[in-house]
Ligand binder design. Sequence first.
Ligand SMILES: Nc1ncnc2c1ncn2[C@@H]1O[C@H](COP(=O)(O)OP(=O)(O)O)[C@@H](O)[C@H]1O
Ligand SMILES: [Mg+2]
Length: 245
Amino acid sequence: MSLLNVSNIGIRYGRLTAVRNVSFTMAEGEVLFITGPNGAGKSSLLRAIAGVTAPSGGRIDFADHDITGKVPEAIARLGLSMVPEGRDVFGSLSIEENLMVGTGMHAGENGWRARAMAELEAVYATFPILKERRHSQAGLLSGGQQQMLVIGRALMTYPRLIAIDEPSLGLAPNITDQVYERLIALQKERRLTLLIVEQSSTRAMMVGGRMMLMRGGEIVLDGDARALGKSEAIEAAYFGYGEQA
Ligand SMILES: Nc1ncnc2c1ncn2[C@@H]1O[C@H](COP(=O)(O)OP(=O)(O)O)[C@@H](O)[C@H]1O
Ligand SMILES: [Mg+2]
């Protein structure tokens, strides 16, 4: 049974079609990379899944609910949390305050405070640097630490699926390694479902799992990341060689 079911999604901005007829499903616990060149429609697709951008057509189901066109808060409540591109931390708030923002939508629910505290400790266990610096202003963190913070904030919403847009953007490779090491550990410990957008396929090949390659708003390849990475098809798909006009 699938956790996420994306069916014939289209996304338009005025006359521009950014995504056309995209369909795929994800099983619980699966890791799926969406890769592809700049402008392929990756971020648009992620935003539509999280409810930030309304699709022009198609349907999205998550955890047995039709979430098409629902507001982001409603989708997050069902357990789908998005980490947008660009690490938007609240710079003047402390790390701990940033993390607590993630639990806000559950405030008032029975036992939410105890649950939030337990979740906070779990996030600190995953990212000890966040605990060490929990009273520092988030704006003073390095890029890698801010990426850990936004992932931590997503975890605070008790997600079943986390969708992350370009976590490695602007990070040094060794810092990216650390972020991915934590992400994959989380995925294994909690059976988290991970939908990760990266422009390059390098990381998908390193981590393994499934990879889809988008180009011109469509999925042009879908398969095992390592197998695809070794094939000649990937370069052709990435750069559009051999395409019919
Ligand atoms: N808010 C927007 N308004 C108008 N056009 C947009 C908007 N966001 C993205 N686009 C366009 O949609 C296409 C896909 O963009 P995007 O989803 O950001 O691709 P990617 O994340 O793969 O780089 C591009 O042509 C981009 O210029
Ligand atoms: Mg993008």
